[in-house]
Design a protein around this ligand. Structure first.
Ligand code: ZN
Length: 281
């Protein structure tokens, strides 16, 4: 880049063209996915006009919701104040939708009494998911927190008596009650709370830059709010607390308060081998 600058001082247009900083993305531009971006020099990054964190090494994180239908505008402002805009089209994902009829109505709609408990849960989790810490723990990649069969995928949805229920916002891993649950990556405990309506005993780990993982239905919580844990540390035991029909771990992921498929965290190190360079249109 430096050499081009000197060779081409008078031809500013050509200079601008060769000066464009490369922006790489790693992962899949699909609904529900987490994508890692990389700048080859320092710069600021905006997603749909909102500034997002960029780490010292030029990496940044983006995630797309289960139902994202709109193109995403990624803007990169380089050290010289020049802006490059990229339009990212998000491909649809074929989510698993099941129609279930003949369900007793009281099981489909929560009672008024339940609503207070549900609101409390939403506000506690919402607060944890809005935390944006500058310290990053996600570079090491993520491990599956429990060995076991995936009994429920992210994005699955049940339509009960023709009423669409909330889509599944995490991954269920079936395991025996009492199986240790490991931290998928190092991080800080952003929530360790007992007995929530849906999640039961729940832990949220904060991995920095607004990225959190959630561990629900625990039999027991083994960490305290604010504690730092290392990847693989035991944070709780598999249980069936909250709304769970049998023992399993509900493992979820959130970026800047947007839920995405935790499978893309487990795939992070693979996805880092599948990068592509964005071209300005
Ligand atoms: Zn679940």
């Amino acid at each position: 880049m430096k050499l081009n600058k000197y060779l081409c001082l008078t031809c500013s247009l050509a200079f601008l063209a060769v000066n464009a900083d490369a922006v790489e993305l790693c992962g899949n531009l699909n609904q529900g996915e987490l994508v890692i971006g990389k700048l080859d020099s320092s710069g600021e990054v905006y997603l749909n006009g909102n500034k997002i964190n960029v780490d010292k090494d030029g990496t940044f994180l983006m995630a797309f919701s289960r139902d994202e239908k709109n193109d995403q505008l990624l803007s990169v402002v380089n050290g010289q104040g020049e802006t490059q805009n990229f339009t990212l089209s998000i491909a649809p994902t074929d989510w698993n939708i099941q129609n279930i009829t003949g369900v007793p109505p009281r099981k489909v709609n929560p009672s008024d009494g339940d609503l207070a408990a549900i609101n409390k849960e939403n506000s506690l989790l919402g607060r944890a998911f809005k935390v944006v810490n500058q310290e990053t723990f996600w570079h090491q990649g993520f491990i599956k927190p429990v060995d076991g069969r995936i009994s429920g995928e992210f994005g699955g949805q049940r339509i009960m008596n023709k009423v669409p229920k909330s889509p599944h916002r995490g991954m269920d891993i079936a395991a025996k009650e009492g199986t240790p649950v490991k931290a998928a990556a190092s991080g800080k405990v952003a929530l360790a709370y007992p007995d929530l309506f849906y999640s039961g005993n729940v832990v949220v780990l904060d991995h920095g830059f607004g990225l959190q993982t959630i561990y629900a239905h625990l039999k027991e919580i083994k960490v305290k709010l604010g504690e730092t844990v290392a990847q693989g540390d035991i944070i709780g035991l598999v249980g069936k607390t909250g709304r769970a029909t049998g023992p399993h771990l509900h493992f979820g992921a959130s970026l800047r308060n947007l839920r995405f498929n935790p499978q893309s965290l487990l795939d992070m190190n693979n996805n880092l081998q599948k990068c592509f360079t964005l071209q300005t249109k």
